[in-house]
Design a protein around this ligand. Structure first.
Ligand code: SF4
Ligand code: ZN
Length: 274
């Protein structure tokens, strides 16, 4: 996943996964004098939630002597997640928030000159997403995801998931034993019904049939290896709105922002949203 001279942009939210990842990478990086780590944090604009997480993230970076670069949705997209959920958009808040976060992290990583982006997706996140994509009828997303997301034409910074084989429980244990302070309050908008059902199902399966999550992860990996050679790479062009690479006229984030801007305003949303 990593080269000895990588500049790694570590996506740090302030939760247990990202702070564990940052702590581990900082320990590893000490053995590689040409490497560099910068923490990248995204302020999605979620009142009473993200503020605390950003404080914890900043404090941990200070203790680990890591530079932190913060980007906000408000600044990049003239919108916040709080504003978006007040629109009658028909999609879950996470589907918007996730797409915008990917874009925000990519922008930040480009700005700081990073060569890799490391995110803290763990085994549980990954297998939940595999089943979620199956239930959404979107197998191509399974094939196009994985622990290393590399674009052969170098139009995107390579994204890596160093914790993708680590169960969530082990990360919680590591964070507690290591005395890491992390945010425990859940996001007020993070109630994705289908993902919650899948999480419960997988935990029950794991309880009854130990190894279920690893098996599912390995199955997805085998599918990727088998099918990736038969799949045509996406033909990318520049998004007409923001210039980012995309297979369509507009990138996913710009399509979403355009759709949201056409939604009627809910009572409390101000006209500041474009
Ligand atoms: Fe955004 Fe959903 Fe995460 Fe909340 S839980 S920060 S809405 S992606
Ligand atoms: Zn765009």
């Amino acid at each position: 996943m990593l080269a000895h001279d990588d500049h790694i942009a570590v996506a740090v939210s302030g939760g247990k996964d990202s702070l564990t990842l940052l702590t581990l990478l900082v320990k590893m990086e000490q053995r590689f004098p040409y490497s560099k780590i910068t923490a990248v944090s995204v302020d999605e604009g979620i009142q009473g939630y993200r503020d605390e997480a950003l404080r914890i993230a900043a404090e941990t970076c200070r203790k680990l002597h890591v530079n932190q670069y913060v980007v906000s949705y408000k600044e990049l997209f003239q919108a916040t997640t709080d504003m978006i959920v007040k629109r009658h958009s028909g999609k879950t808040p996470c589907s918007y928030c996730g797409v915008l976060r990917r874009k925000a992290i990519n922008r930040a990583a480009t700005t700081i000159g990073a060569t890799k982006i490391a995110t803290a997706h763990n085994l549980d996140d990954e297998v939940q997403t595999v089943l979620l994509n199956m239930l959404h009828g979107d197998p191509m997303r399974i094939i196009r995801s994985g622990p290393v997301l590399q674009d052969g034409r170098s139009r995107f910074i390579t994204r890596i998931k160093p914790l993708y084989e680590i169960p969530e429980k082990e990360i919680v244990l590591y964070a507690y034993l290591g005395g890491l302070e992390f945010q425990t309050v859940p996001c007020p908008h993070g109630n994705e019904a289908l993902r919650n059902d899948i999480r419960t199902f997988l935990n029950q399966m794991e309880q009854k049939h130990a190894g279920t999550k690893f098996t599912l992860q390995k199955t997805a990996q085998k599918l990727r290896e088998q099918l990736s050679t038969t799949i045509q790479p996406l033909q990318l062009r520049d998004c007409e709105e923001c210039g980012d690479p995309t297979p369509h006229r507009l990138c996913e984030a710009c399509i979403m922002l355009e759709a949201i801007s056409q939604q009627p305003l809910a009572d409390t949303v101000t006209a500041a949203f474009i």
